[in-house]
Design a protein around this ligand. Structure first.
Ligand code: ADP
Length: 156
C-alpha cells in the first residue's frame, strides 16, 4: 500500500489543504494528515481543536486518516511505514520555505522523499492566517473552509 504523510499545523484546516490531500489520493492509497503539536509556533487553536476540525472534515473521504504527534514527523513516517511526505506549494514564498524545511528534514532522515503539489488558482490565495482574519472580521468563510472550521469560529 502506498502511504504518504501530510504534516502541517492546520491552524485551521482550509479547503486549500484539503485539495492537496485529495489530489495526493490519485497517486497514493492512503494520505495520513499529521497535525503538528508545535509549541514554537503560536497556534490559534489547540492541537486537539485543530485535530478535531481536520478529523471532521475528512470523515467522508475514504483514504484520508488523521493523527497528531508530539514527536518528529520523520519518526512518525517510519512508524506508519513510509518515507513520503506531502507538502503544498502556493507561491515563491512557499517554495523557499519548503526548500529550507526539506534541508532540515534531510538532516534528520536521508531516506525521506518530498512530494509537492501545486495549489490550484482557486485556492492558492488561501492561508490559515487569512481565514482567521476574515472570520474575526465577520466575513463569509463558508466557501474557503470545511464546515467543521466554520462552526468552530461561530462558537467563539
Ligand atoms: P506548516 O505550519 O507546517 O507550514 P500549514 O498548516 O501552514 O503547516 O501548511 C501545511 C502545508 O500545506 C504546507 O506545505 C503549506 O504550504 C500547504 N498549504 C497551506 N495552505 C495551502 C493552500 N491554500 N493550498 C495549497 N497548499 C497549502
Amino acid at each position: 500500500m502506498r502511504v504518504i504523510v501530510y504534516p502541517g499545523s492546520f491552524d485551521p484546516i482550509t479547503n486549500g489543504h484539503l485539495e492537496i490531500a485529495k489530489e495526493a489520493l490519485k497517486s497514493f492509497d492512503k494520505v495520513v494528515m499529521l497535525v503538528a503539536d508545535n509549541d514554537a509556533k503560536k497556534a490559534r487553536f489547540t492541537t486537539e481543536e485543530r485535530f478535531e476540525m481536520v478529523k471532521e472534515a475528512v470523515e467522508v473521504i475514504p483514504g484520508i486518516e488523521v493523527y497528531m504527534t508530539h514527536g518528529l514527523t520523520v519518526d512518525f513516517a517510519k512508524k506508519v511505514g513510509t518515507h513520503y511526505l506531502l507538502r503544498g506549494i502556493r507561491d515563491d514564498a512557499d517554495m523557499s520555505y519548503e526548500n529550507r524545511y526539506a534541508e532540515l528534514t534531510y538532516q534528520l532522515d536521508k531516506e525521506i522523499e518530498f512530494i509537492y503539489i501545486k495549489a490550484s488558482e482557486k485556492f492558492k490565495g488561501i492561508s490559515s492566517t487569512k481565514i482567521d482574519e476574515m472570520a474575526k472580521s465577520g466575513k463569509d468563510i463558508s466557501k474557503l473552509v470545511p464546515k467543521s472550521v466554520e462552526i468552530r469560529y461561530k462558537k467563539r
